[in-house]
Every structure is written in structure tokens, then in C-alpha cells.
Design a protein around this ligand. Structure first.
Ligand SMILES: *[C@@H]1O[C@H](CO)[C@@H](O)[C@H](O)[C@H]1NC(C)=O
Ligand SMILES: *[C@@H]1O[C@H](CO)[C@@H](O)[C@H](O)[C@H]1NC(C)=O
Ligand SMILES: *[C@@H]1O[C@H](CO)[C@@H](O)[C@H](O)[C@H]1NC(C)=O
Length: 156
């Protein structure tokens, strides 16, 4: 949705068949490592954790540091939190930190907490399923002439 000056006011995006994609990637990885799906998932976990920790060590220094050292980072990401399911990119998971890892280089002060142990208000389990689906997320109704109070998806 754009305002009168053509600036984006709000947007809604869906990655169609995202769960299907993740399962397909894990199957492909299983074939490439000649292993089972769970071995592939373990390999994926190790690779993602290593990537996130490398990014942390490079960009999250000084006040932005989240982990004591690389070992503490790797141990946390591989044992303290789950890899995450396809709908958990915004929850306390490794997949969520993998998404935010790509943004760290552009603004470490803003994004380092998101890959750290706390999840920095982004990678957190702060809503139940019911709270998530009933949240009045959008400020503007998506449908002209329909008041936002009529439908939770339409706005506040
Ligand atoms: C894959 O694993 C199986 C069972 O461990 C083994 O018999 C086979 O030789 C392996 N294939 C390759 C290409 O490594
Ligand atoms: C890494 O940090 C942990 C605490 O998070 C500490 O117990 C460990 O000794 C540290 N390892 C090294 C090599 O400094
Ligand atoms: C809705 O409005 C509030 C208050 O201005 C703002 O903080 C919030 O980011 C807005 N939400 C969206 C999805 O634009």
C-alpha cells in the first residue's frame, strides 16, 4: 500500500510453499551428504551456526558483542535453541538468526542483538498461536470502504 506521495505505507508478503521448499532442501542435502534427513538437519544446523558465529565475530564487537567467544556462540546456536520450523523465522530459533545474520553487516548496533542469545525482540517466542493470528497488525484497512474494526486482518 502506497501513500499519496508513492511511498510504501504497509506491505504483506507470503513465501508460498515455504515448508515444501525447506523439506526439499533438506532432502537434497541428505543426498549430497549420503545421509538421513536427520543427519542432513544436523549438517545444516552446523553450517548455519558457523555462518552466524563468523558474522558475529566480524561485526558484533565492542558494545555490540553478544557471545563471549565463538565456542559459546556455536554451542548456544546448536544446543540451546531449535533449528526451527518453516513458520518460525520470527521465533527463538536458529533459522530466525540466520535471516537476521544477513542484515548485521549493514547496521551492527541494530541487528547484532537479533543473532544473540536474547533474540533482541525479534527472534523470541513472545506470542502464542492465538495471539499471532488474532493480532491487529496493520494500521490501514486493505479494502477501500471496509472499516478495520470489521476484520482483524484489515487493520486497527
Ligand atoms: C552411501 O552410504 C551407504 C551406506 O552407508 C554406502 O553403502 C554407500 O557406499 C555410500 N555412497 C557414497 C556415494 O558414499
Ligand atoms: C568462552 O566463553 C565461555 C563462557 O561463555 C567460557 O566458559 C569459556 O572458557 C570461553 N572459552 C575461551 C576459549 O575463552
Ligand atoms: C502502526 O502504527 C503504530 C503507531 O504509529 C506504529 O508504531 C506501527 O509501526 C504501525 N504498524 C505498521 C504495521 O505499520
Amino acid at each position: 500500500m502506497w501513500d499519496a506521495d508513492g511511498r510504501i505505507m504497509q506491505y504483506d508478503a507470503t513465501f508460498r510453499w515455504f515448508g515444501f521448499l525447506l523439506d526439499t532442501l533438506v532432502e537434497a542435502l541428505a543426498t549430497s551428504v549420503n545421509g538421513t534427513a536427520s543427519q542432513a538437519t544436523a549438517a545444516l544446523t552446523q553450517r548455519l551456526a558457523t555462518t552466524v558465529c563468523d558474522t558475529h565475530d566480524q561485526y558484533c564487537t565492542g558494545e555490540n558483542q553478544q557471545y563471549d567467544n565463538s565456542t559459546a556462540c556455536y554451542n548456544f546456536l546448536t544446543t540451546a535453541i531449535p533449528l526451527g520450523k518453516d513458520y518460525e523465522l520470527g521465533r527463538d530459533t536458529l533459522l530466525c538468526r540466520e535471516v537476521h545474520e544477513h542484515m548485521v553487516q549493514y547496521d551492527p548496533a541494530l541487528h547484532c542483538p537479533h543473532i544473540g542469545p536474547t533474540g533482541g525482540d525479534y527472534c523470541v517466542n513472545d506470542q502464542t498461536y492465538a495471539q499471532k493470528v488474532l493480532q491487529k497488525y496493520f494500521n490501514e484497512s486493505w479494502i477501500v470502504g471496509v472499516q478495520s474494526t470489521e476484520d482483524k486482518w484489515l487493520g486497527n
